[in-house]
Design a protein around this ligand. Sequence first.
Ligand code: NAP
Length: 332
Amino acid sequence: MRAVRLHAIGGPQNLQIDELDVEQPRESDVLVRVRAAALNRRDVFITQGLYPKIALPVTLGSDGAGEIVALGSVFAGLAVGDEVVIDPMLAWGDDPRVWDAAHSSILGMPREGTFAQYVAVPAENVYPKPTQLSMEEAAAIPLAGLTGYRAVVTRGELRAGETVLITGVGGGVQTFVLLFAKRLGARVIVTSSTQEKLERAQALGADLAIDYKATPDWHKSLRSETIDLVVDSSGGDTLRKALDVIRPGGRIVVYGGTTGEATIRLFPLFWKHVSVLGTSMGSPEDFAGMLEFFDDGLRPVVDRVFPLDDAVGAFEYLASANQFGKVVLGVE
Ligand SMILES: NC(=O)c1ccc[n+]([C@@H]2O[C@H](COP(=O)([O-])OP(=O)(O)OC[C@H]3O[C@@H](n4cnc5c(N)ncnc54)[C@H](OP(=O)(O)O)[C@@H]3O)[C@@H](O)[C@H]2O)c1
């Protein structure tokens, strides 16, 4: 099979297409013929060495959709030919509040990932592909949809009628946060770096859209708003601004720090009784709940589809931050 493998740290140019034997599924695994996979910022960070415990060489890729071609043993409810989407959160553990840090991991380093024609994954990690979605759309969902769901539903507890601020809405996860927040009946304020991305967010239902690049003091214009929840992964000074605009008693959910560490003022944190909540990935319950959003016609935002053989081009495109939504690999 063909697989996109990282052999050395130093950026996406160190990826190469290798010819490998197809991995045979272990007893508790299924073998999936991958039809589409999707990129996450995590994949770029791994090529750059910005991730803990990198083990090389490795086939990258956390997100994938395809059909089952072999089963390790007999599993109730699964059969060869089933179209599935893969949950990349491996061995979350028994506690729905937090993953089992000692045993859990994410598909696509250290375990061989989805940027290949075949991937073997634990049977408990495959779910029926939402029938109305294409393979490319289904592959766009897993990691970002799971993270976004847990951020906005499980941790953020967003309710109909509340207002949520989504910072950097062009990101793969944040576009899911936008979709889910609108489905939940929330009022949505977004920030982004370009006018085009702001317009796309508005087309998806954003009620107010602000350019954080053109207006560095964007938070000042939001002081008259009653913001119940902020969802952020940009880091840097965004958390400070979020603390400035969050309503007393509000929640701030953080799942990443793309632009670096944050320094915050403590006074608004304690004086406003703000809850700052960290989150990462999600439990199997989160994954199942997240997929239900796609039962009634909701579609993920797919920005571009690249062929597997042009994975380097796809990585460079994601690294350029020009995308709105998910960057997908079609796997022939
Ligand atoms: N903890 C977890 O489980 C988990 C899971 C997934 C992702 N993450 C992390 O979350 C982050 C986003 O991941 P992703 O895959 O969604 O990445 P992505 O698709 O590459 O999106 C990154 C986004 O960050 C936004 N951004 C950059 N600078 C910003 C700024 N100064 N202010 C506000 N927004 C800014 C941009 O938004 P605009 O395009 O709108 O400008 C950009 O699109 C990464 O750091 C990733 O490692 C964590």
